[in-house]
Design a protein around this ligand. Structure first.
Ligand SMILES: NC(=O)c1ccc[n+]([C@@H]2O[C@H](COP(=O)([O-])OP(=O)(O)OC[C@H]3O[C@@H](n4cnc5c(N)ncnc54)[C@H](OP(=O)(O)O)[C@@H]3O)[C@@H](O)[C@H]2O)c1
Length: 327
């Protein structure tokens, strides 16, 4: 069975299960028979109601309180879950916060303490929970770890530097974990939503916000839940950060290196002469429209690598039509 349709042998730990995305994901997993450890921080009655809804689907469920801005909170959450329900085989690291700071315009608006606290809750605790859950997954030869990032992890987003950096840090974590555990039956991925309504972060839509989204509306928690479900069911999806964002593109203008890149109509040999610039360009040109070439970017790329590229020498390179391929 390559696509799982029955999750009844599994237990999912969903952090932030009392938020819009977490709740929808718990229900989507439970409908396929998955037992659920419902994590919450402050919303105890929402957690209790959710547990009852999940149990009515005929699966096991219990709620667990933990403040994930503290590492002890993450440790006690894991200990309580294994004591009451067993070892999770599915971990959705979904809890997230902004410290109530959004729309930050100046770096001075976020203190380094707030920066670090956001990072600890959004990334550090997700790391610790993963570290605690992975050994049992490896022993069982099966695991699914999904991190809830944000489109801000790619683009910088609208919230602020504390939030964006706490989310992009998850991307590096996904890639490292994916390399380390691919042979153990674990898949490691992230989902990167943008502007999901019916969440505490974003309770309702406005015409102004909807206009920012190419498809003209905000997303729904169920659309993120469905993506997580697809990742859980499909063992061939690995080492990916899946954006679910209505088609948002990187609003940041290309950096100066991109200008050099375009105007020089650089030949692949540029890779050898300025590999850092190419890497920098590659990191800043996201959301390509059309792929006409794959450009290997590596610190030690050589002219021989460049010569092997499938690019006609006369053809100007246009960053928006190139997919960068990291070696
Ligand atoms: N909504 C969006 O537009 C959007 C866009 C991109 C990414 N995301 C990401 O999606 C994830 C889920 O958020 P959501 O949209 O569903 O928002 P939400 O409705 O605000 O839910 C946030 C969840 O995180 C929990 N949480 C907050 N602070 C916590 C803490 N200190 N310790 C433990 N848990 C804590 C909350 O628990 P309690 O309610 O029980 O306190 C709640 O369950 C987050 O990681 C968020 O960054 C959301």
């Amino acid at each position: 069975m390559t696509v799982l349709t029955d999750l009844s042998p599994h237990l999912a730990l969903v952090t932030g299960a009392t938020g819009g995305i977490g709740k929808a994901t718990c229900l989507a997993l439970a409908k396929l028979g998955c037992s659920i450890a419902v994590h919450y921080n402050t919303a105890s009655s929402t957690a209790s109601e959710l547990v009852e809804s999940i149990k009515s689907l005929g699966v096991r469920a219990a709620s667990f309180q933990a403040d994930l801005s503290s590492y002890d909170g993450a440790r006690s959450l894991h200990a309580s879950v294994i004591k009451e329900l067993g070892h999770p085989t599915i971990l959705f690291n979904n809890a997230g916060l902004t410290l109530g700071k959004s729309g930050v315009k100046d770096i001075g608006e976020v203190s380094v303490e707030e920066f670090e606290a956001t990072w600890r809750a959004n990334c550090g605790s997700a790391y610790l929970l993963t570290q605690l859950c992975v050994p049992a997954m490896v022993e069982r030869g099966f695991g699914r770890v999904v991190f809830c990032s944000s489109v801000a992890g790619f683009t910088g987003g609208l919230v602020g530097p504390h939030y964006a950096s706490s989310k992009s840090a998850l991307h590096g974590l996904v890639h490292w974990l994916a390399g380390a555990y691919a042979k153990n039956g674990l898949t490691i991925n992230g989902v990167a939503p943008a502007l999901i309504e019916e969440t505490k972060m974003l309770p309702g839509a406005s015409a102004e916000l909807s206009a920012k989204i190419p498809i003209g509306r905000l997303g729904k928690p169920e659309e993120i839940a469905e993506t997580v479900l697809w990742i859980v069911k499909t063992g061939y999806v690995h080492n990916k950060i899946i954006a679910v964002d209505g088609g948002i593109k990187n609003p940041a203008p290309p950096i100066s290196a991109a200008t050099t890149f375009t105007s020089s109509t650089s030949r692949p040999a540029t890779i050898a002469s300025a590999p850092e610039a190419w890497s920098e360009v590659a990191e800043n040109v996201v959301g390509v429209d059309e792929v006409v070439a794959r450009v290997p970017v590596a610190p030690n790329a050589t002219d021989d690598d460049a010569a092997a590229l499938p690019l006609a020498p006369e053809e100007p390179l246009q960053p928006e039509r190139i997919e960068f391929w990291f070696l």
